[in-house]
Design a binder for this molecule. Structure first.
Ligand SMILES: [Cu+2]
Length: 123
């Protein structure tokens, strides 16, 4: 094996490791902060949701604060079908969405068109 083959193998392995990290390394969701019986998470909305995965406790009143920092019409609405929520998110404002996740499971929240996507993990 000559040097150039080794370089190809090593950089190939590096790229694979990066891809695995990128797609699977951030699986751990963000835990909600507990304040007097309410679990609260702030989510930045800018071409997506950050954090995109949120861990919630079942049966605890929840407040998601969507901070939309863009004017792109894609993200002007947020929908959480499982909990009957559809809410307008004014640009450059924080909008509260409140509900109580009463059953464990994974639920998605999306923009009005279903393009941007996030996940609520309720357990
Ligand atoms: Cu959209």
């Amino acid at each position: 094996m000559d040097t150039s083959q080794i370089i190809v193998i090593v950089s190939g392995a590096g790229i694979i490791a990066f891809i695995l990290w990128f797609f699977f390394g951030k699986q751990e969701g963000k835990k909600a902060t507990m304040t007097t019986n309410i679990q609260e998470v702030e989510i930045t909305v800018e071409g997506g949701y950050e954090p995109g995965t949120i861990n919630l406790k079942v049966g605890v009143p929840t407040r998601l604060i969507f901070h939309r920092v863009e004017t792109s019409s894609c993200s002007e609405e947020v929908v959480i079908p499982e909990f009957g929520i559809r809410k307008k998110l004014p640009a450059h404002e924080k909008t509260k969405v409140e509900f109580t996740p009463d059953k464990p499971g994974r639920y998605s929240f999306t923009c009005g068109m279903g393009m941007l996507r996030g996940t609520l993990i309720v357990e």
